[in-house]
Write a protein that binds this ligand. Structure first.
Ligand SMILES: [Zn+2]
Length: 371
């Protein structure tokens, strides 16, 4: 089973002077960046694009850390981690390196002006001055135009890195002034190795890497035992589709809401116990997991061996589901899942939209009598 579509959140790595050589995966991209650092002839504006959560911001931080470092141990392209520039980055108070993040929905023109105003002056502690722009697609149009001025008249010792998972939303004029570097999904083996190095158990690392569709961010989220349990709960529910009473979907939604809820149930002012809530991203995530499970059931029904699936739990139950309802019904339920976006527009309560979708899926399966 592999999740597709939405990854949770965006990468928001802190400005840590991580050595470039310590980053895993993205070998070709890191080679390009190392060469740029060593050549001292770095592009003055980069555009890092690729799916959310694959480590673009981390790579941007590593690049800027190395360029800014005043004591880089040659011949490596790594920041030293100790000089005043590296220390300032770690403390998140570097006078020469500014990180722009959206303020609400957009990055505002005032933020761009503030970040670029200091570029006129010499660096205080670093070898360069730099601006890292996260979620660059959220640059407001006026902010983008303000940024364009700095990109058009590059100062010699200034480096911009724009990071985005949706480069098509940037102004053409900005894109054309940046050196593009595209980051792909991380291979599951790399994701698993990173998770192991971060101290996660082998079992959690393997399962999370198999499910995360190349997103390290998603994989880290999945290593949370609560999330892994939720994956199991969704798989178990899907495997039993159509077997239980019609009320089962609502009960399942209650259970999954409780298990995904980060704030455990607590009493409210009037003494009532708060009902765990489901956010819109939670619901999209649950349906993504359900789709991945249904696809596994279809693959098993088509004769694929269990060990060809990256996530091999519930195999017997999913095989039984395929035998019980057949591939056409599984495909129909999968189609229903694609309707979720429309349903969420029509039904602004994500919890109810999910319950309705799963109830319909159960009914669709129950009405299919196979063989
Ligand atoms: Zn340093």
């Amino acid at each position: 089973m592999r999740l597709t579509g939405r990854a949770l959140g965006v990468d928001t790595a802190p400005m840590e002077p991580v050595p470039l050589s310590a980053l895993r995966g993205h070998r070709a991209q890191l080679a390009v960046l190392s060469r740029a650092v060593l050549a001292d002839g770095c592009a003055h504006a980069w555009l890092f694009s690729g799916p959310p959560g694959v480590g673009k911001t981390t790579a941007a931080s590593a690049l800027l850390g190395a360029l800014a470092c005043t004591n880089r141990p040659r011949p490596t392209a790594d920041a030293c981690g100790k000089c005043p520039s590296c220390s300032a980055l770690r403390r998140d108070e570097h006078p020469d390196v500014k990180v722009l993040r959206r303020d609400g929905q957009v990055i505002k023109i005032e933020q761009v002006r503030e970040a670029t105003a200091r570029l006129r002056y010499a660096p205080v502690v670093a070898r360069i001055k730099a601006v890292l722009i996260e979620d660059a697609e959220t640059l407001h149009e006026t902010a983008g135009n303000a940024l364009l001025k700095s990109l058009e008249e590059p100062a010699r010792d200034v480096v911009f890195v724009l990071v985005t998972s949706r480069p098509q939303l940037l102004l053409d004029t900005i894109r054309s002034r940046c050196q593009g570097l595209r980051f792909a999904e991380l291979p599951p083996d790399d994701v698993a190795a990173i998770l192991r190095a971060e101290g996660h158990t082998q079992d959690a690392a393997r399962i999370a890497a198999a499910l995360a569709q190349g997103s390290l961010h998603e994989a880290r989220t999945l290593c949370n035992p609560q999330r892994l349990q939720a994956v199991d709960d969704v798989a178990a529910f899907v495997a039993r589709l159509g077997l239980g009473p019609a009320t089962e979907a609502a009960l399942f939604v209650d259970r999954i809401a409780a298990s995904l809820d980060t704030g455990a149930e607590h009493g409210s002012d009037d003494g009532a116990v708060r009902r765990a809530d489901l956010t819109r991203p939670d619901v999209l995530w649950v349906v993504d997991v359900a789709r991945a499970v249904l696809r596994d059931a279809l693959l098993l029904d088509a004769g694929f061996a269990a060990d060809e699936l990256p996530y091999q739990r519930h195999v017997d139950a999913l095989r039984a589901l395929g035998q019980r309802v057949g591939a056409p019904a599984l495909a129909r339920v999968l189609d229903r899942c694609q309707e979720l976006d429309t349903r969420m527009v029509l039904n602004p309560n994500p919890r109810l939209a999910l319950a309705a979708l799963l109830t319909d899926a159960g009914v669709a399966v129950r009405n299919t009598v196979r063989r």
